[in-house]
Design a protein around this ligand. Structure first.
Ligand SMILES: [Fe+2]
Length: 377
């Protein structure tokens, strides 16, 4: 058993200077890693002849051996050659994925084909497998909350025998049947105390009402008509500067997965860039994957130039940031651990320096913006 110690409590410690620094992973570095993965034999030792061709981006602050780009999020570059497939796998992580190039088929009970810029989810404990059904290498990014789970000691996953499509689930129990007569969440005891605080039976903890969370797929061809990609798009009322890829299973947490939201956003070619000198801050950490245009961001006072194909840890938690696109405008897939913070009640937001710090989800939120720092209608 290790020795314990005592330290200054968080309540008395400085909160500044702790965030991980922003980090740029240039397109060229991603392409070099893809080439290396294609040259190598797939990772073996798994219960499948194919295995994985994958590498996760490591932030220099991830010194505990857990590959991660932010304290919460791992971003993995996956590659498969035509015909290759990954072994079936499941885990309690929530995955959000997007195709960088090529195409493939994701098997998750059902099978669906995914193309460039598509986004899809792999829900917790869903058996999944990837199959390159195209003619070129399939490259995709996977955003996972595995680092947070591993750091908290709450990670579980397994690789399954080749060909496994699903793991049998416990059949639903009727609450009027023999098993249903036992305590469950519908008949468990509860007591309202004099202070209006509640006492609830243990069954409430172990018989949680399920919320269906099937795999979701957002096809790029279906989203693109709503995005300002071409010159003149700014006059089209159907298009907006930012869209949330909403998964109803996340309810008021406004997520794409239980942990992350994904948004597609940007501006049409010729749109003047943001004119302000200051940015905004939020507790959620933000990762931008740029798919069109070029520009720069000012993050914590540091200028970071980016272009299409670059992956950028663009906003560590509570670090001021602003984005300035170039003459071509930009299109960006942003992934943030925003739903996680809503679930924890910890999502703070400050749109402008000097504005009140809003506790989103706990009080009235930000209003009047269609995208950061532009007056909305
Ligand atoms: Fe932001």
């Amino acid at each position: 058993m290790p020795e314990f110690g005592f330290a200054t409590p968080s309540a008395a410690a400085a909160v500044a200077d702790l965030p991980w620094a922003p980090l740029l992973v240039p397109k060229e570095a991603i392409e070099r890693e893809v080439d290396r993965l294609l040259d190598e034999a797939p990772v073996t030792g798994l219960r499948d002849a194919t295995g994985l061709r994958a590498a996760s981006v490591v932030h220099p602050r991830a010194i505990d051996g857990i590959p991660s780009l932010t304290p919460v999020t791992e971003v993995t570059i996956h590659v498969l050659k035509p015909g290759e497939r990954t072994p079936p796998r499941r885990g309690n992580h929530a995955l959000l994925e997007t195709t960088v190039s090529g195409e493939g088929t994701v098997h998750m009970g059902t099978a669906f084909r995914v193309e460039r810029h598509d986004v899809w989810t792999v829900p917790p404990m869903q058996v999944y497998s990837h199959h390159n059904t195209g003619r070129t290498p399939w490259v995709w990014l996977c955003y996972s909350n595995a680092p947070l789970l591993r750091r908290s000691g709450g990670y579980w996953a397994e690789t399954l025998p080749a060909g496994t499509l699903a793991v049998p689930r416990k059949p639903a129990v009727s609450v009027t049947g023999e098993l249903g007569a036992r305590y469950n969440r519908l008949n468990a005891p509860t007591h309202r105390l004099a202070t209006a605080a509640d006492l609830r039976g243990y069954e409430y903890l172990t018989d949680i009402e399920p919320v269906a969370n099937p795999p979701r797929h957002w096809a790029w061809k279906d989203m693109a008509p709503y995005l300002p990609i071409h010159a003149g798009c700014n006059n089209d009322p159907a298009k907006r500067n930012i869209w949330l890829l909403y998964n109803p299973a996340t309810e008021r947490r406004q997520g794409t997965t239980p942990v992350h939201f994904a948004t597609y956003g940007g501006a049409a070619p010729g749109t003047p860039p943001y004119a302000g000198a200051r940015g905004h801050v939020h507790i959620s950490a933000s990762i931008n994957y740029h798919i069109r245009g070029y520009g720069h961001s000012i993050v914590g006072g540091e200028r970071i130039d980016w272009k299409a194909g670059d992956l950028l840890f663009s906003a560590p938690g509570w670090v001021e940031h602003a984005h300035y696109h170039g003459a071509e405008g930009w299109t960006v897939l942003t992934v943030q651990d925003h739903p996680l913070h809503i679930a924890m009640g910890s999502l703070l937001w400050q749109e402008n320096p000097g504005d009140p710090i809003l506790s989103l989800g706990n009080e009235d939120g930000q209003k009047g913006y269609v995208s950061p720092r532009q007056t909305g209608a």
